[in-house]
Design a binder for this molecule. Sequence first.
Ligand code: HMN
Length: 289
Amino acid sequence: MKGLFTALLIPFDENGQIKEEGLRQVVRHNIDVQKVDGLYVNGSTGENFLLTTDQKKFIFETVKDEAKDSVKLIAQVGSLNLEEAVELGRFATELGYDSLSAVTPFYYPFTFEEIKSYYNTIIEETGNDMIIYAIPALTGVAISMEQFDELFANEKVIGVKYTDSNFFALERLRNRYPDKLIYSGFDEMLVYGLLSGVDGAIGSTYNVNGLRSRRIMELCEQNKFEEAYEVQHEANDIIEKVLELGIYQTLKEILNVKGIDAGTTKNPLSSFDPSKRGKVEKLVEDFNL
Ligand code: HMN
């Protein structure tokens, strides 16, 4: 379960319907061209929180059908509706997903006991492994070290997707839990995560920039941090532009420019501004995406 995981983009048409053929193309592109080790399905990048339960199930099914057993698959099933999370968790587990992941419940100020019970319920009801999805900037939920102790006490909690820039906390966590999986969640900070000893990374930009990111990982493995930092500079030139133009819209547009049908984003996310297509074409050319 170590390595580079793409947080999968999901192609939608103008009516918010999933483009099945496009989804299959995006999966193939990630496996065959970006050469990632695995896919993180129905995360933020997949616009998961805008979808119906049936759409989420359709995505889990289609991705598994296309990827088969060629790469590792993680199913993000987190939901404010715990029954939905359990239902999706069972569904993905039966399909053969290697692990579940769930975002910390958000919006309401849940107590830690409630959060712990949410994770334990999903694990008990599905029997699958769990990767905590910690993204405090979007959920407002920051997990303290003592809370990690409690969550990690359940051996089915195999790790955390750490989308945060608190590298002090990351270092402490790594040091305390050498055997849990820690994934870097901010692609623009991959090199710092690797320096802190993460086991892998899960991110949106690997849909288009997987090979360069793999290079960063390899250089860090060889302790060539200076060279890795140079490659991170290049990756960040790309990420900076993508963030400026709109993250998911632009990542999809990059794939569209390359002839992969990544469709558009789903309402209420706005779609890509076609007047900016030239900038995306230039990005693809300049960075050989
Ligand atoms: C997911 O759940 O789809 C991703 O794993 C989330 C991932 O951490 C991304 N975060 C968000 O999109 C909020 C990053 O890859 C992010 O897009 C990238 O670092 C650019 O900021």
